[in-house]
Ligand binder design. Structure first.
Ligand code: ADP
Ligand code: MG
Length: 332
């Protein structure tokens, strides 16, 4: 029991939708999914815990959006097409004032991606949201078209989608360690609370990108996962003109709101960006640009994969830039 509203009322009211793609949705012991012939299922889970991944007073509609967005971002990083998801929810109590906006935010993003809620579990407990998402990727001539972390090769270009650093600026502002003008803060907060998973870009990059990952812990830390899995190194250009600092929304250091070094730190290691970092052969540059246009998602080329292990940063003169940026780790 979850208070005045029973568990089954709650599921029926907020989490039961007719399904079109899934063979069977909420209401039985299992949901049934029928993957398209010639595809593989891509599956990913992400858990959000109050106080750890979101602040207790966050807008429930934004939280519903974000809980699914971080999962769709994993599908995007694999180049998968979203199919369906399950929702395991621990709630302190069944409050309509929280459940209604939460399910609205969640299901609006689900509808936008044709990703159906097909089941889950509901229990009483400290607020925890665990979503498992299912997508599909084609298999062509026996070869999976999924984008993996392990495919980067020496000589490949390194790209990043969209913009980096805003989510961290918003988080630091909420925590009181950063001061932003209200209009700038609102934009940054939108990025923190309602990230846009790059699902269309991930699909458009199938057969073009050699490796991909989504940025949850920070650009450098997540790129390092590609380097480790692919057994290569990289040099990243940090400059505004041709490198990573072209990926920050507002050069606010110019008017003294944020220092260049502070913003660079948010771009390199901020986390919670949910952009894609990917690699592709030099010969694929035009194809990457076409994929970017097709997906209506800007991409910036920021560096090069190299045989020598390690991650090197350079400035506009090609001089080494100290790499002392920590990546987020839940157990450190
Ligand atoms: P069981 O006891 O067999 O695990 P439950 O009573 O937990 O089943 O759930 C009943 C139905 O409601 C199942 O189809 C389950 O997938 C679905 N369900 C439970 N909680 C949720 C939720 N938060 N969102 C979507 N579906 C849910
Ligand atoms: Mg159950």
């Amino acid at each position: 029991m979850l208070g005045a509203m029973g568990e089954f009322d709650l599921i029926a009211r907020y989490f039961t939708r007719p399904t079109a793609r899934a063979a069977l949705g909420v209401g039985d012991d299992c949901a049934l999914l029928q993957p398209t012939p010639g595809t593989q299922l891509a599956i990913s889970s992400d858990m959000l815990v109050e106080g750890r991944h979101f602040l207790p007073d966050v807008d429930p509609a934004a939280l519903g959006h974000k809980a699914l967005a971080v999962n769709l971002s994993d599908l995007a990083a694999c180049g998968a097409t979203p199919l369906a998801f399950t929702l395991a929810l621990a709630l302190p109590s069944a409050e309509e004032a929280w459940l209604a906006p939460f399910s609205r935010g969640l299901l609006a993003l689900a509808d936008a991606h044709g990703c159906e809620l097909i089941g889950g579990d509901t229990t009483q407990g400290p607020l925890t949201i665990c979503i498992t998402v299912f997508g599909e990727v084609p298999v062509i001539d026996g070869k999976s078209q999924a984008l993996l972390r392990s495919g980067a090769r020496a000589g490949d270009d390194v790209y990043v989608s969209g913009t980096l650093g805003d989510a961290r600026l918003a988080l630091d502002t909420l925590r009181g360690t950063q001061v932003l003008p209200p209009a700038v803060f609102e934009q940054a907060r939108q990025r923190l609370e309602q990230p846009t998973p790059r699902v269309a870009l991930g699909q458009a990059l199938r057969g073009i990108a050699s490796a991909a990952i989504d940025v949850s812990d920070g650009f450098l830390g997540d790129l390092r996962h590609i380097l480790d899995a692919s057994n290569v190194g990289a040099t990243i250009n940090t400059t505004i003109a041709t490198g990573l600092m072209a990926c920050c929304t507002r050069p606010d250091w110019s008017n003294g709101v944020i220092s260049f070094e502070q913003q660079l730190s948010c771009v390199l290691a901020g986390g919670d960006d949910y952009e894609l970092v990917f690699t592709a052969a030099v010969a694929a540059r035009q194809a990457v640009q076409s994929a970017s246009r097709e997906a209506r998602t800007p991409v910036t080329r920021v560096g090069r994969i190299e045989r020598a292990a390690g991650l090197r940063l350079i400035d506009s003169q090609g001089k080494a830039w100290p790499n002392h940026y920590p990546s987020f780790d839940h157990f450190c």
